[in-house]
Design a binder for this molecule. Sequence first.
Ligand SMILES: NC(=O)c1ccc[n+]([C@@H]2O[C@H](COP(=O)([O-])OP(=O)(O)OC[C@H]3O[C@@H](n4cnc5c(N)ncnc54)[C@H](OP(=O)(O)O)[C@@H]3O)[C@@H](O)[C@H]2O)c1
Length: 245
Amino acid sequence: METRVAVVTGGNRGVGLEICRQLASNGILVVLTARDEEKGCQAVKALHQSGLSGVTFHQLDVIDRSSILLLVEFVRTKFGKLDILVNNAAIGGTTIDPERLSELLKQDPKASSQLDYFPQFISNEGVIKVLSDIDNLSDEKLKDVSGMFLKDFKDGNLEANGWQPVTSAYAVSKTLVNAYSRLLAKKHPLLEVCCVNPGFVKTDMNYGMGLISAEEGAKAPVRLALQELRGHSCLYFEQCEIAEF
Ligand SMILES: NC(=O)c1ccc[n+]([C@@H]2O[C@H](COP(=O)([O-])OP(=O)(O)OC[C@H]3O[C@@H](n4cnc5c(N)ncnc54)[C@H](OP(=O)(O)O)[C@@H]3O)[C@@H](O)[C@H]2O)c1
């Protein structure tokens, strides 16, 4: 079988690095991308030293269009195809006092892993209706939801208008990425597009407070990426289990 090619965003640390390791261990040619060239090259060097030679570095800042276009050109020229894209890069979007986060998680240990699941933290009926109506969802509607959130954030109206007040930017952006993924799945029926919550993973993002290792967290996204059977498009997974969007 022809060797498959994968691009992983935010591959220099955390879950992304572990996804690169596990994909490469399964014979996939991996383009490990990172916004910081030095950190990315170091990560690739460490993977090479562990015997995984099928990993290449390319710079990618997912919020920089010119950087995205350079990566596209690199993949097109070097491989002429792309089989797997793991859209892993993310930021928490806020500075959280680790002690406050710890208190929040003691009160509700499931809170972190549920941040990607919108009914848990958005009680704005209008927004829930728009995001749940996959048949009528569109890029414009996602932009409208994003605009409404930004306005309420700036005006100090998060709670009043049904948005979760803590880590709201992270939660809303994840919800919108998940919804956008469903749109992509609908627009491109020949592609398999799905979303995975890796679980509450011990990484820098949560100051190492997660419950499972990065190795464990990478298992579900890697399993889905390697799958050759079709039928997972438009689905959302909580680790390996299909869950409600
Ligand atoms: N950890 C959890 O409990 C948990 C739970 C649910 C979902 N997730 C999701 O799992 C994914 C990985 O999270 P993690 O815990 O591994 O986080 P992490 O350790 O903080 O790693 C985040 C990665 O994203 C990269 N990144 C951030 N902004 C970027 C940009 N603009 N362009 C390119 N790369 C960028 C970071 O690069 P730098 O090193 O340059 O900052 C880093 O490599 C994220 O999508 C996260 O939302 C994690």
